[in-house]
Design a protein around this ligand. Structure first.
Ligand code: NAP
Ligand code: ZN
Ligand code: ZN
Length: 347
Protein backbone atom coordinates (compact mmCIF):
# COMPACT_ATOMS: atom_id res chain seq x y z
CA UNK A 1 0.00 0.00 0.00
CA UNK A 2 1.08 3.56 -0.65
CA UNK A 3 0.97 5.81 2.39
CA UNK A 4 -0.66 9.12 1.50
CA UNK A 5 -1.24 12.44 3.22
CA UNK A 6 -4.38 14.43 2.72
CA UNK A 7 -7.11 16.57 4.25
CA UNK A 8 -10.42 14.93 5.14
CA UNK A 9 -13.80 15.71 6.63
CA UNK A 10 -14.83 13.24 9.35
CA UNK A 11 -18.50 14.26 9.32
CA UNK A 12 -20.92 16.71 7.69
CA UNK A 13 -20.22 19.27 10.37
CA UNK A 14 -16.48 18.92 10.98
CA UNK A 15 -13.92 21.09 9.19
CA UNK A 16 -11.36 19.52 6.87
CA UNK A 17 -8.27 18.43 8.79
CA UNK A 18 -5.05 16.45 8.17
CA UNK A 19 -5.63 12.73 7.49
CA UNK A 20 -3.36 9.81 6.57
CA UNK A 21 -4.56 6.89 4.45
CA UNK A 22 -3.35 4.23 2.00
CA UNK A 23 -3.65 4.10 -1.78
CA UNK A 24 -3.52 0.76 -3.62
CA UNK A 25 -0.24 -0.49 -5.08
CA UNK A 26 0.40 0.56 -8.67
CA UNK A 27 -1.15 -2.16 -10.84
CA UNK A 28 -0.08 -3.05 -14.39
CA UNK A 29 -2.48 -0.49 -15.94
CA UNK A 30 -2.09 2.16 -13.23
CA UNK A 31 -0.28 5.45 -12.88
CA UNK A 32 0.94 6.92 -9.64
CA UNK A 33 0.60 10.71 -9.80
CA UNK A 34 2.25 13.16 -7.49
CA UNK A 35 -0.49 15.77 -7.20
CA UNK A 36 0.65 19.33 -7.90
CA UNK A 37 -2.69 21.19 -7.77
CA UNK A 38 -6.31 20.41 -7.04
CA UNK A 39 -9.20 22.81 -7.67
CA UNK A 40 -12.03 23.37 -5.19
CA UNK A 41 -15.42 22.71 -6.80
CA UNK A 42 -18.70 23.69 -5.15
CA UNK A 43 -19.62 19.99 -5.41
CA UNK A 44 -16.87 19.39 -2.83
CA UNK A 45 -18.79 21.61 -0.40
CA UNK A 46 -22.17 19.99 -1.18
CA UNK A 47 -20.68 16.54 -0.49
CA UNK A 48 -18.51 17.41 2.53
CA UNK A 49 -21.61 18.93 4.14
CA UNK A 50 -23.80 16.02 2.99
CA UNK A 51 -26.21 18.38 1.21
CA UNK A 52 -27.06 15.75 -1.43
CA UNK A 53 -27.40 12.87 1.08
CA UNK A 54 -25.45 9.61 1.33
CA UNK A 55 -22.00 11.11 1.95
CA UNK A 56 -19.27 8.69 3.05
CA UNK A 57 -16.74 9.63 5.76
CA UNK A 58 -13.88 10.12 6.21
CA UNK A 59 -14.02 12.07 2.93
CA UNK A 60 -10.98 13.40 1.08
CA UNK A 61 -12.58 15.65 -1.56
CA UNK A 62 -11.10 16.94 -4.82
CA UNK A 63 -11.75 16.05 -8.46
CA UNK A 64 -9.80 18.70 -10.36
CA UNK A 65 -6.42 17.03 -10.13
CA UNK A 66 -3.22 17.71 -12.05
CA UNK A 67 0.19 16.25 -11.33
CA UNK A 68 3.20 14.40 -12.57
CA UNK A 69 3.46 10.68 -13.22
CA UNK A 70 6.01 9.24 -10.80
CA UNK A 71 5.42 5.58 -11.65
CA UNK A 72 3.66 3.74 -14.50
CA UNK A 73 2.55 0.09 -14.39
CA UNK A 74 4.19 -2.28 -16.84
CA UNK A 75 1.18 -2.47 -19.20
CA UNK A 76 0.71 1.33 -19.36
CA UNK A 77 0.90 2.59 -22.95
CA UNK A 78 -0.07 6.27 -22.99
CA UNK A 79 2.03 7.76 -20.17
CA UNK A 80 5.63 7.71 -18.99
CA UNK A 81 7.14 8.67 -15.67
CA UNK A 82 7.85 12.40 -15.60
CA UNK A 83 4.88 13.39 -17.80
CA UNK A 84 1.94 15.50 -16.69
CA UNK A 85 -1.51 13.98 -16.22
CA UNK A 86 -4.93 14.96 -14.93
CA UNK A 87 -7.76 13.19 -13.11
CA UNK A 88 -11.32 14.50 -13.10
CA UNK A 89 -14.51 13.30 -11.44
CA UNK A 90 -14.23 9.58 -12.29
CA UNK A 91 -11.52 6.98 -11.77
CA UNK A 92 -13.21 3.91 -13.29
CA UNK A 93 -16.36 2.45 -14.85
CA UNK A 94 -17.47 -0.97 -16.13
CA UNK A 95 -16.23 -0.17 -19.67
CA UNK A 96 -18.70 -2.60 -21.30
CA UNK A 97 -22.22 -1.18 -20.81
CA UNK A 98 -24.07 0.86 -23.40
CA UNK A 99 -23.11 4.20 -21.76
CA UNK A 100 -19.44 3.25 -21.44
CA UNK A 101 -19.35 2.13 -25.08
CA UNK A 102 -20.81 5.53 -26.07
CA UNK A 103 -18.02 7.38 -24.22
CA UNK A 104 -20.45 8.45 -21.50
CA UNK A 105 -18.68 6.75 -18.60
CA UNK A 106 -20.29 9.22 -16.18
CA UNK A 107 -23.55 7.35 -16.84
CA UNK A 108 -22.06 3.84 -16.54
CA UNK A 109 -25.03 1.58 -15.95
CA UNK A 110 -23.18 -0.19 -13.16
CA UNK A 111 -22.31 3.19 -11.64
CA UNK A 112 -18.97 4.84 -12.38
CA UNK A 113 -16.33 4.91 -9.64
CA UNK A 114 -16.28 8.56 -8.66
CA UNK A 115 -12.95 10.09 -7.63
CA UNK A 116 -14.09 10.53 -4.02
CA UNK A 117 -17.17 9.96 -1.87
CA UNK A 118 -17.64 6.64 -3.63
CA UNK A 119 -16.05 3.25 -4.10
CA UNK A 120 -13.93 1.48 -6.67
CA UNK A 121 -15.83 -0.87 -9.01
CA UNK A 122 -15.48 -3.61 -6.34
CA UNK A 123 -18.08 -1.51 -4.45
CA UNK A 124 -16.02 -1.95 -1.28
CA UNK A 125 -12.81 0.07 -1.47
CA UNK A 126 -13.52 3.74 -0.74
CA UNK A 127 -12.12 6.34 -3.16
CA UNK A 128 -10.27 9.40 -1.94
CA UNK A 129 -9.82 12.60 -3.93
CA UNK A 130 -7.20 15.15 -4.76
CA UNK A 131 -6.81 17.11 -1.52
CA UNK A 132 -3.87 14.74 -1.07
CA UNK A 133 -0.25 14.14 -1.98
CA UNK A 134 -0.71 11.39 -4.59
CA UNK A 135 -3.26 9.29 -6.40
CA UNK A 136 -3.28 5.91 -8.18
CA UNK A 137 -5.45 5.74 -11.28
CA UNK A 138 -5.96 3.44 -14.26
CA UNK A 139 -4.43 5.14 -17.31
CA UNK A 140 -7.81 4.95 -19.11
CA UNK A 141 -9.17 7.50 -16.64
CA UNK A 142 -6.11 9.76 -16.76
CA UNK A 143 -6.03 12.77 -19.09
CA UNK A 144 -3.08 14.07 -21.05
CA UNK A 145 -1.93 17.59 -20.15
CA UNK A 146 0.31 19.53 -22.53
CA UNK A 147 3.63 20.56 -20.97
CA UNK A 148 3.30 24.22 -22.04
CA UNK A 149 0.18 25.04 -20.00
CA UNK A 150 -0.10 26.84 -16.65
CA UNK A 151 -0.67 23.84 -14.41
CA UNK A 152 -2.54 25.53 -11.54
CA UNK A 153 -4.91 27.25 -14.00
CA UNK A 154 -5.48 23.97 -15.85
CA UNK A 155 -6.62 21.97 -12.80
CA UNK A 156 -10.19 23.43 -12.79
CA UNK A 157 -10.69 22.34 -16.40
CA UNK A 158 -11.00 18.76 -15.13
CA UNK A 159 -14.45 19.56 -13.72
CA UNK A 160 -15.50 23.20 -14.29
CA UNK A 161 -14.04 23.10 -17.81
CA UNK A 162 -15.63 19.90 -19.05
CA UNK A 163 -18.95 20.59 -17.30
CA UNK A 164 -19.38 23.81 -19.28
CA UNK A 165 -17.70 22.69 -22.54
CA UNK A 166 -19.93 19.63 -22.96
CA UNK A 167 -23.35 21.36 -23.03
CA UNK A 168 -22.02 24.21 -25.20
CA UNK A 169 -21.00 21.55 -27.74
CA UNK A 170 -24.22 19.56 -27.35
CA UNK A 171 -26.27 22.70 -28.10
CA UNK A 172 -23.88 23.44 -31.01
CA UNK A 173 -22.89 26.89 -29.81
CA UNK A 174 -21.61 28.92 -32.74
CA UNK A 175 -20.82 32.43 -33.92
CA UNK A 176 -23.63 34.86 -33.16
CA UNK A 177 -25.57 32.63 -30.77
CA UNK A 178 -26.87 34.52 -27.77
CA UNK A 179 -25.76 32.66 -24.65
CA UNK A 180 -26.69 33.69 -21.11
CA UNK A 181 -24.49 32.41 -18.30
CA UNK A 182 -26.07 32.43 -14.84
CA UNK A 183 -23.78 32.66 -11.79
CA UNK A 184 -20.19 33.89 -12.01
CA UNK A 185 -18.22 31.32 -9.99
CA UNK A 186 -15.97 28.45 -11.03
CA UNK A 187 -18.32 26.97 -13.64
CA UNK A 188 -19.73 30.32 -14.71
CA UNK A 189 -16.38 31.90 -15.56
CA UNK A 190 -15.41 28.88 -17.67
CA UNK A 191 -18.78 29.00 -19.44
CA UNK A 192 -18.17 32.67 -20.33
CA UNK A 193 -14.66 32.01 -21.67
CA UNK A 194 -15.66 28.90 -23.63
CA UNK A 195 -18.88 30.32 -25.11
CA UNK A 196 -17.02 33.49 -26.16
CA UNK A 197 -14.26 31.38 -27.75
CA UNK A 198 -16.93 29.62 -29.84
CA UNK A 199 -18.10 32.98 -31.17
CA UNK A 200 -21.23 33.40 -29.04
CA UNK A 201 -22.52 36.75 -27.84
CA UNK A 202 -22.35 36.15 -24.09
CA UNK A 203 -24.36 37.88 -21.38
CA UNK A 204 -23.42 37.37 -17.73
CA UNK A 205 -26.43 37.07 -15.40
CA UNK A 206 -25.18 37.60 -11.87
CA UNK A 207 -26.31 38.65 -8.41
CA UNK A 208 -23.00 40.46 -7.86
CA UNK A 209 -22.70 43.99 -9.30
CA UNK A 210 -19.01 43.97 -8.28
CA UNK A 211 -18.27 41.20 -10.81
CA UNK A 212 -19.29 43.20 -13.91
CA UNK A 213 -15.81 44.37 -14.91
CA UNK A 214 -14.45 40.84 -14.46
CA UNK A 215 -17.29 39.37 -16.51
CA UNK A 216 -16.38 41.67 -19.41
CA UNK A 217 -12.68 40.90 -19.05
CA UNK A 218 -13.50 37.17 -19.18
CA UNK A 219 -15.27 37.70 -22.51
CA UNK A 220 -18.89 38.61 -21.72
CA UNK A 221 -20.39 41.19 -24.07
CA UNK A 222 -23.19 42.11 -21.69
CA UNK A 223 -23.93 41.99 -17.97
CA UNK A 224 -27.27 42.01 -16.15
CA UNK A 225 -28.08 41.97 -12.47
CA UNK A 226 -30.51 39.18 -11.55
CA UNK A 227 -31.25 40.79 -8.19
CA UNK A 228 -33.05 43.50 -10.24
CA UNK A 229 -36.52 42.27 -11.36
CA UNK A 230 -36.34 44.62 -14.38
CA UNK A 231 -33.61 42.38 -15.86
CA UNK A 232 -36.09 39.55 -16.48
CA UNK A 233 -38.41 41.90 -18.38
CA UNK A 234 -35.68 43.59 -20.35
CA UNK A 235 -34.13 40.29 -21.48
CA UNK A 236 -37.39 38.36 -22.02
CA UNK A 237 -37.05 35.93 -24.98
CA UNK A 238 -33.43 36.93 -25.59
CA UNK A 239 -31.25 33.82 -25.38
CA UNK A 240 -30.67 30.79 -27.63
CA UNK A 241 -29.17 29.02 -24.64
CA UNK A 242 -28.98 29.75 -20.92
CA UNK A 243 -26.31 27.91 -18.93
CA UNK A 244 -27.36 27.86 -15.26
CA UNK A 245 -24.55 27.29 -12.75
CA UNK A 246 -26.24 28.51 -9.53
CA UNK A 247 -25.44 26.32 -6.53
CA UNK A 248 -28.43 27.43 -4.40
CA UNK A 249 -32.22 27.19 -4.86
CA UNK A 250 -33.69 29.76 -7.30
CA UNK A 251 -36.77 30.25 -9.48
CA UNK A 252 -36.17 28.45 -12.79
CA UNK A 253 -39.36 29.90 -14.33
CA UNK A 254 -37.95 33.41 -14.15
CA UNK A 255 -34.85 32.36 -16.07
CA UNK A 256 -36.84 30.33 -18.64
CA UNK A 257 -38.62 33.58 -19.48
CA UNK A 258 -35.35 34.86 -20.95
CA UNK A 259 -35.06 31.89 -23.37
CA UNK A 260 -36.20 32.64 -26.94
CA UNK A 261 -38.80 30.49 -28.73
CA UNK A 262 -37.30 27.04 -29.49
CA UNK A 263 -34.32 27.85 -27.27
CA UNK A 264 -33.05 25.92 -24.26
CA UNK A 265 -31.84 26.25 -20.71
CA UNK A 266 -29.36 23.72 -19.33
CA UNK A 267 -28.93 23.10 -15.61
CA UNK A 268 -25.38 22.53 -14.39
CA UNK A 269 -25.74 23.77 -10.82
CA UNK A 270 -27.02 21.16 -8.39
CA UNK A 271 -28.87 22.88 -5.52
CA UNK A 272 -29.82 20.46 -2.74
CA UNK A 273 -33.60 21.00 -3.07
CA UNK A 274 -35.91 20.48 -6.08
CA UNK A 275 -37.29 23.54 -7.89
CA UNK A 276 -40.80 23.61 -9.39
CA UNK A 277 -41.10 24.24 -13.13
CA UNK A 278 -44.39 25.57 -14.49
CA UNK A 279 -45.42 23.81 -17.73
CA UNK A 280 -46.33 27.21 -19.18
CA UNK A 281 -42.68 28.27 -18.79
CA UNK A 282 -41.83 25.67 -21.44
CA UNK A 283 -44.88 25.24 -23.67
CA UNK A 284 -45.12 28.94 -24.46
CA UNK A 285 -42.14 29.06 -26.79
CA UNK A 286 -41.45 25.34 -27.41
CA UNK A 287 -38.58 25.68 -24.94
CA UNK A 288 -36.35 22.88 -23.67
CA UNK A 289 -34.98 22.43 -20.19
CA UNK A 290 -32.00 20.10 -19.94
CA UNK A 291 -29.22 19.05 -17.64
CA UNK A 292 -25.62 18.06 -18.06
CA UNK A 293 -23.20 16.06 -15.91
CA UNK A 294 -19.45 16.60 -16.46
CA UNK A 295 -18.44 14.74 -19.66
CA UNK A 296 -16.98 11.40 -20.73
CA UNK A 297 -13.24 10.75 -20.79
CA UNK A 298 -12.85 11.24 -24.56
CA UNK A 299 -14.72 14.55 -24.47
CA UNK A 300 -12.68 15.67 -21.44
CA UNK A 301 -9.51 15.08 -23.47
CA UNK A 302 -11.04 16.95 -26.42
CA UNK A 303 -11.81 19.90 -24.08
CA UNK A 304 -8.26 19.93 -22.63
CA UNK A 305 -6.78 19.95 -26.13
CA UNK A 306 -9.21 22.69 -27.21
CA UNK A 307 -8.29 24.82 -24.18
CA UNK A 308 -4.55 24.34 -24.72
CA UNK A 309 -4.99 25.28 -28.40
CA UNK A 310 -7.06 28.38 -27.61
CA UNK A 311 -4.98 29.36 -24.56
CA UNK A 312 -8.01 29.05 -22.28
CA UNK A 313 -7.57 28.23 -18.59
CA UNK A 314 -9.14 29.12 -15.30
CA UNK A 315 -8.64 32.36 -13.32
CA UNK A 316 -7.38 30.98 -10.04
CA UNK A 317 -6.49 31.97 -6.51
CA UNK A 318 -3.86 29.49 -5.39
CA UNK A 319 -4.04 28.66 -1.68
CA UNK A 320 -2.16 26.41 0.74
CA UNK A 321 -4.27 23.46 1.92
CA UNK A 322 -4.40 24.95 5.42
CA UNK A 323 -6.76 27.63 4.02
CA UNK A 324 -9.30 25.19 2.58
CA UNK A 325 -11.98 25.75 5.23
CA UNK A 326 -11.70 29.52 4.77
CA UNK A 327 -12.02 29.06 0.99
CA UNK A 328 -15.28 27.10 1.52
CA UNK A 329 -16.68 29.96 3.62
CA UNK A 330 -15.75 32.49 0.96
CA UNK A 331 -17.36 30.38 -1.80
CA UNK A 332 -20.57 30.24 0.21
CA UNK A 333 -20.60 34.05 0.04
CA UNK A 334 -19.96 34.07 -3.73
CA UNK A 335 -16.50 35.49 -2.96
CA UNK A 336 -14.40 33.48 -5.40
CA UNK A 337 -12.42 34.88 -8.36
CA UNK A 338 -12.93 32.46 -9.90
CA UNK A 339 -11.58 29.16 -8.68
CA UNK A 340 -9.61 28.30 -5.56
CA UNK A 341 -6.81 25.87 -6.36
CA UNK A 342 -4.84 24.07 -3.65
CA UNK A 343 -1.07 23.95 -4.04
CA UNK A 344 -0.30 20.48 -2.66
CA UNK A 345 3.30 21.41 -1.89
CA UNK A 346 1.77 22.97 1.24
CA UNK A 347 0.73 19.55 2.57
P1 NAP B 1 -19.24 28.55 -7.17
O1 NAP B 1 -17.87 28.80 -7.68
O2 NAP B 1 -19.52 28.65 -5.72
O3 NAP B 1 -20.22 29.55 -8.00
C1 NAP B 1 -21.61 29.54 -7.85
C2 NAP B 1 -22.14 30.93 -8.23
O4 NAP B 1 -23.56 30.88 -8.20
C3 NAP B 1 -21.76 32.03 -7.27
O5 NAP B 1 -20.50 32.59 -7.52
C4 NAP B 1 -22.88 33.04 -7.49
O6 NAP B 1 -22.61 33.82 -8.67
C5 NAP B 1 -24.07 32.15 -7.81
N1 NAP B 1 -24.92 31.96 -6.63
C6 NAP B 1 -24.60 31.36 -5.46
N2 NAP B 1 -25.62 31.38 -4.61
C7 NAP B 1 -26.64 32.00 -5.27
C8 NAP B 1 -27.98 32.33 -4.92
N3 NAP B 1 -28.48 32.02 -3.71
N4 NAP B 1 -28.74 32.95 -5.86
C9 NAP B 1 -28.25 33.27 -7.07
N5 NAP B 1 -26.97 32.99 -7.43
C10 NAP B 1 -26.19 32.37 -6.54
O7 NAP B 1 -19.73 27.09 -7.61
P2 NAP B 1 -19.26 26.15 -8.84
O8 NAP B 1 -18.10 25.35 -8.40
O9 NAP B 1 -19.22 26.95 -10.06
O10 NAP B 1 -20.50 25.12 -8.89
C11 NAP B 1 -21.80 25.60 -9.17
C12 NAP B 1 -22.81 24.48 -9.06
O11 NAP B 1 -22.56 23.51 -10.09
C13 NAP B 1 -22.76 23.69 -7.75
O12 NAP B 1 -24.07 23.36 -7.36
C14 NAP B 1 -21.98 22.43 -8.13
O13 NAP B 1 -22.27 21.33 -7.31
C15 NAP B 1 -22.50 22.21 -9.51
N6 NAP B 1 -21.64 21.39 -10.38
C16 NAP B 1 -22.27 20.59 -11.27
C17 NAP B 1 -21.52 19.83 -12.16
C18 NAP B 1 -22.20 18.99 -13.19
O14 NAP B 1 -21.59 18.06 -13.72
N7 NAP B 1 -23.44 19.32 -13.53
C19 NAP B 1 -20.12 19.88 -12.11
C20 NAP B 1 -19.52 20.73 -11.18
C21 NAP B 1 -20.29 21.49 -10.32
P3 NAP B 1 -22.95 35.40 -8.74
O15 NAP B 1 -22.16 36.04 -7.66
O16 NAP B 1 -22.47 35.76 -10.11
O17 NAP B 1 -24.43 35.54 -8.61
ZN1 ZN C 1 -16.77 19.48 -9.71
ZN1 ZN D 1 -20.42 1.03 -17.80
Amino acid sequence: MIETKGFAAQSATSPLAPFRFSRREVGDHDLLLEIAYCGICHSDIHQVRDEWGGSLYPMVPGHEIVGRVTRAGKAVKRFKAGELAGVGCMVDSCRTCDSCKRDLEQFCQRGAAMTYNGTEMDRKTPTFGGYSSQVVVDERFALRIRPDVDLAATAPLLCAGITTYSPLRRWKTKKGDRVGVVGLGGLGHMAVKLAASMGAEVTMLSTSRAKEADARRLGAHGFALTSDPATFKKLAGRFDLIVDTISAPHDLNQYLGMVRAEGAMVLLGAPPKPAPVHAFSLIFGNKSLGGSLIGGIAETQEMLDYCAEHRIASDVEVIPIQKVNEAYERMMKGDVRYRFVIDLKSL
